[in-house]
Design a protein around this ligand. Structure first.
Ligand SMILES: Cc1cc2nc3c(=O)[nH]c(=O)nc-3n(C[C@H](O)[C@H](O)[C@H](O)COP(=O)(O)O)c2cc1C
Length: 183
């Protein structure tokens, strides 16, 4: 089983990175393989709403804006499950997470039964390190995204500065359970 963890904070040693590491530990404990992606190290730009709103994403299920998206699209679809970890910015996903998930949704959402992410389990983690607010609105948009791409919500986990210690344990346990379920 190969799980891809997509982490989307510029901080290498922040709360988001700790959550991604905890998920990785859980996957390894369950005997799974981890592919850890730090989105902010890649060049994945915003959707350009090509042509009159839809570009090649609608019919060809491929994005025509060429950057690091294409390779990450392929790797994400090839994984058996997905862990999305984002810092909470303004009660939403980070800009890098939004850019990637927006483009991925356009490529996979209109494929119905053929979505490459269909029924794949997704563990979504929202890390709010500031006021601690906005975790739920962030997770709500992540849940909608999971539904749009026809994937399956395995769990939605909010974490803030105060809950960090026990939520890292929960993230590890959730990632372990997800991996064991896939075996
Ligand atoms: C633009 C911006 C907006 C933010 N908005 C929120 C927020 O709505 N709620 C919150 O608790 N923290 C907010 N924060 C703080 C981040 O969630 C916090 O820095 C978090 O720890 C980010 O993860 P990191 O430690 O991996 O960088 C914001 C930070 C930035 C840079």
């Amino acid at each position: 089983m190969r799980l891809i963890i997509i982490s989307s904070s510029p901080n290498k040693d922040g709360l988001t990175a700790a959550c991604a590491a905890a998920a990785g530990d859980g996957i390894v404990e369950a005997g799974g393989e981890v592919e850890l992606v730090s989105l902010n190290d890649l060049k994945v730009g915003m959707c350009q709403a090509c042509d009159n709103g839809w570009g090649t994403c609608l019919e060809q299920h491929a994005c025509q804006v060429l950057d690091d998206f294409q390779d990450l699209h392929r790797r994400t679809c090839a994984a058996d499950g997905l862990v999305l970890v984002t810092p909470v910015y303004w009660g939403e996903m980070s800009e890098s997470a939004k850019a990637f998930t927006d483009r991925l949704r356009r490529c996979e959402a209109n494929r119905d039964e053929e979505s490459a992410l269909r029924r794949k389990p997704v563990l979504a983690v929202a890390a709010a390190g500031g006021s601690g607010g906005g975790m739920i609105t962030c997770l709500a948009s992540m849940e909608r995204w999971i539904q749009h791409v026809r994937a399956r919500t395995f769990d939605l986990l909010p974490v803030n500065r105060w809950s960090r210690a026990y939520k890292l344990d929960a993230i590890r346990a959730a990632a372990k359970a997800l991996t064991l379920e896939l075996k």
